[in-house]
Design a binder for this molecule. Structure first.
Ligand code: SF4
Length: 379
């Protein structure tokens, strides 16, 4: 069984105004204490699950994982390997990092402990927008980090966001060409989601902040999908672009509806069709772990169901340029997607949103732009 291991490191120095992730404010000593809780959770999971073989990928996401001191990170990786390993030389081991927290010593220490992919949260080239969003880094810090990072790591990613307050097509084009000047092997470009009850949501409602109109945001997406391939990037997923061989193997597991285990605050897991997530409050997580209980939120558990798994596989798989193979899904889930979703497939094909080649189905260029409309059909 192929599976990936996700570890949530929730600490951030400050919370960004658009963020609704399970984040905890960073304090000296907190990441080290939390890492011990993670180790206990990992031991508990190891003894309760029948995992065949080590994970193919390990991903430290956050939060800001780069705020965890390298010594604590190294101990944690050692413990995870003792429990779930041995880790192979070729395992993809990703760490998310924010430019303001990274030193040259961190980079060397990460490489030493086996991290071979760094995902950098850059978001935009506009200093003014970075400040508005509550991000702590500057363009200079990005430039300094990216002068060194590529010399130490075989692959890395840059995260960008478009549709930001005050942005227009021309400023997004500037951000993208600035980003490409660092020659990233992989680039993620997500449109800003204004999540309810975040400070940004209130500002937008009160008219304190203007977002670009929807049509302009659609143009930004369309432009990225036209420009990046012309610069040697393959749009292998709706929002992800990679040079050959640099796709995120961990994220591919999600999009291919594969198995993954999540450790830590609010972390999600999916094993053989069953989904669950951990509690999102640090106090509750700590209490459960220290009392020897599972930190899974009982309300989050979704039992295995072939029809639902088929639906998940369609929705996530269609995000990929490779699309989905209907025969393969039929074999995997014992339900024929051609029959279950026959009407939807036909309708979407007639509207020019899906294309079919034998048993393989993919989004068309128009389907990519109207992805949410397509995915609704498979719910
Ligand atoms: S750095 Fe990332 S996780 Fe932390 S507050 Fe900002 S958006 Fe949220």
């Amino acid at each position: 069984m192929t599976w990936g291991l996700y570890v949530h490191l929730p600490f951030c120095v400050r919370k960004c105004v658009y963020c609704d992730f399970p984040v905890v404010l960073w304090n000296s000593g907190r990441p080290e204490a939390y890492s011990l809780l993670l180790q206990r959770e990992a031991s508990f999971l190891r003894s309760s699950l029948d995992l065949q073989g080590p994970p193919a990928t390990l991903y430290f996401g956050g939060g800001t994982p780069s705020t965890t001191p390298p010594s604590a990170l190294k101990d944690l990786i050692g413990k995870l390997e003792a429990l779930f390993g041995p880790f192979s030389e070729t395992m993809e081991l990703t760490l998310e990092a924010n430019p303001e927290t990274v030193t040259a010593d961190d980079l060397f220490a990460w490489r030493e402990m086996g991290i071979n992919r760094v995902s950098v949260g850059v978001q935009t080239s506009s200093e003014e927008t970075l400040r508005l969003l509550g991000r702590l880094h500057t363009r200079d810090q990005v430039e300094r980090l990216l002068a060194q990072l590529p010399t130490l790591f075989p692959t890395w990613n840059m995260d960008l966001i478009y549709g930001l307050p005050g942005e227009n097509l021309s400023s997004w084009q500037k951000t993208l060409s600035w980003a490409l000047s660092f020659a990233p092997p992989h680039l993620s470009a997500y449109s800003l989601q204004v999540e309810e009850r975040t400070p940004l949501w209130y500002w937008v409602r009160e008219g304190k902040v203007q977002l670009p109109p929807e049509e302009e945001v659609a143009d930004m997406m369309a432009w990225a999908r036209e420009y990046l391939p012309s610069q040697g990037f393959f749009p292998y997923e709706i929002s992800n672009f990679s040079r050959p061989g640099h796709e995120s193997r961990h994220n591919l597991l999600y999009w291919r509806n594969g198995n993954y285990l999540g450790l830590g605050l609010g972390a999600h897991s999916h094993m053989e069709g069953i989904r669950w997530a951990n509690v999102e409050r640090l106090g509750r997580y700590r209490e459960l772990i220290l009392q020897g209980f599972s930190p899974v939120d009982p309300g989050s558990v979704i039992p295995g169901d072939r029809r639902r798994s088929l639906s998940d596989a369609m929705i996530m798989g269609l995000r990929l340029a490779e699309g989905v193979d209907l025969l393969e899904l039929k074999d995997r889930y014992g339900e024929d997607p051609g029959k279950v979703f026959g009407g939807s497939l036909q309708r979407l094909k007639e509207r020019g949103l899906l294309q079919m080649e034998g048993s393989r189905v993919r989004l068309t260029a128009q389907g990519v732009l109207l992805g949410n409309l397509v995915f609704q059909e498979f719910l």
